[in-house]
Design a protein around this ligand. Structure first.
Ligand code: 5CA
Length: 448
């Protein structure tokens, strides 16, 4: 992509309305713009990040055996009346009437709709287990939308719903999502910690929140320090095999959110030097709630003995749009964002320091083409800005590598490669620089 043709309206000043660094940087780097309180447009740079996050979530859901579909944002109020949640959900739910005065709502979550789809289509135990997911916008009329995409009113969520014949089967479905989540967040460069959590309006009695430790997080959390460096299962993990030992390793040490925190247990189970009490960002939340929706909505399948069985359900959410902010909270410096390769909007910032100078233009174009042929995503700064402004913009938007081409270096046959994270710079021939970038990027694209 040529910067001269791109749409990157970066801001030089820090917007006053943004309280936390990720919100400030997302506005400044032209990732998002606010449309109304808690409602955002995703500008081209931000949208590239959102799609990469979404794709990692999708790949790990698919790997764990979940099946993607797409449900609408608008739902009929009738199914929410059947589950009993239409009144219970309160003011957070955005209620709408169509021209026929039928009650609709903008979905804050999809337990009812997926249960209805299941009820109309699945009749036999032979079709179980199933786990269906979608990645779709949600709306919750939060009392205090804040921190940009972290607590929005409209936000992108991945939500999966499992159906099993037995409670034991449902536990296995829960465990598969648990493991998929560990991998999902690790691939984005995040250290997530599963913590015992409250179930709120979704219900049920078993749930874990996946938490990223960050000072700006909205949740107060408590855990054993060893969990921060817990081991994440590799890509070849067998989801049909025994996941018990992995779940045990992650759940046998103390970890709880504020609502579930038990100070006495914390002190008894965790040595003082290992006690972590910190703020955290909830990036995912998984629930087992048995027949809470299948029962009142009359979803049943025929069991092996001919009797009708009400399926056991769980639901599993990931805050896809929130993750964009969470990754920035975890990875930035004074100059701007520092993207991990796996979610970076582009992988290389190619900076032409002297646009209009024939030798520099030719060298930059040749490098641009070679990188693109190798499948690398490059943003070429071909504008006539000052060098200082070019560096500042590229540091701000945080692409993992910068490749700097200028007339002075070229005279010595050299260009410069800068690693955005470490700040390390090396001068190399254009060819060596291209090869080095291809190798570094390919090795960093997958983190686990
Ligand atoms: N139906 C269940 C699981 S599919 C559910 O809705 N769970 S949830 O309420 O915990 O939301 C799932 C995830 O969405 C949360 O872990 C969080 O990462 C994200 N999320 C929730 N509310 C917001 C919000 N207002 N803004 C941004 N992300 C949010």
């Amino acid at each position: 992509m040529l910067l001269s043709r791109y749409f990157l309206p970066v801001l030089r000043e820090t917007p006053k309305e943004a309280e936390i660094v990720s919100h400030q940087l997302m506005l400044r780097s032209a990732m998002i713009r606010q449309s109304a309180a808690g409602i955002y447009s995703w500008l081209p740079l931000g949208y590239r990040v959102l799609r990469k996050i979404e794709q990692i979530v999708r790949e790990e859901q698919d790997r764990a055996g979940a099946i993607e579909l797409l449900m609408p944002t608008l739902q009929s109020a009738d199914i929410w009346r059947q589950s009993g949640r239409y009144e219970d959900y309160g003011k957070e739910m955005l209620r709408i009437q169509d021209r026929h005065e039928r009650d609709l709502l903008y979905g804050p979550t999809n337990e009812e709709l997926i249960t209805e789809i299941f009820r109309e289509s699945v009749k036999s135990y032979k079709d179980l287990p199933k786990n269906l997911y979608h990645i779709q916008w949600k709306f919750r009329d939060e009392i205090r939308p804040r921190f940009g995409v972290m607590r929005g009113r409209e936000f992108l969520m991945k939500d999966a719903y499992s159906f099993d014949l037995t409670v034991d089967g449902a536990r296995l479905a829960y465990n598969r999502m648990f493991v998929a989540y560990l991998r999902t967040f690790a691939r984005m460069g995040l250290k997530s910690i599963p913590m015992a959590a409250d179930t709120g309006p979704i219900g049920g009695d078993l749930s874990h929140e996946f938490i990223i430790l960050a000072d700006t997080g909205e949740s107060q959390v408590y855990c054993h320090k060893d969990l921060i460096e817990g081991q994440v299962p590799a890509a070849d993990i067998d989801f049909d095999g025994d996941l018990g030992p992995i779940i045990k390793a992650w759940t046998s040490k103390y970890a709880a959110t504020d609502e579930k925190h038990d100070p006495k247990r914390f002190e008894a189970e965790v040595p003082a030097a290992k006690r972590v009490s910190a703020r955290g960002i909830e990036v995912g939340h998984i629930f087992f709630f048995g027949t809470k929706y299948s029962e009142p909505m009359g979803a049943k399948v025929q069991g092996p003995d001919g009797n009708m069985v009400t399926p056991q359900m769980g639901s599993y959410g990931v805050g896809v749009s929130r993750l964009a902010g969470a990754i920035i909270e975890a990875s930035h410096d004074e100059a701007g964002i520092v993207w991990p390769v796996s979610v970076a909007p582009f992988e290389v910032a190619l900076i032409n320091l002297k646009v209009g100078d024939k030798a520099t233009d030719e060298a930059a174009t040749a490098i641009y083409q070679k990188l693109r042929q190798a499948g690398i995503e490059v943003l070429l700064d071909d504008t006539d800005e000052r060098a200082g402004a070019k560096f500042a913009t590229m540091d701000l938007i945080g692409l993992p590598f910068q490749l700097i081409v200028g007339p002075r270096g070229l005279k010595q046959g050299e260009v410069e490669v800068k690693d955005r994270k470490t700040g390390e710079r090396v001068s190399l021939s254009p060819e060596a620089a291209v090869n080095r970038l291809i190798a570094s990027i390919e090795s960093r694209r997958s983190l686990v």
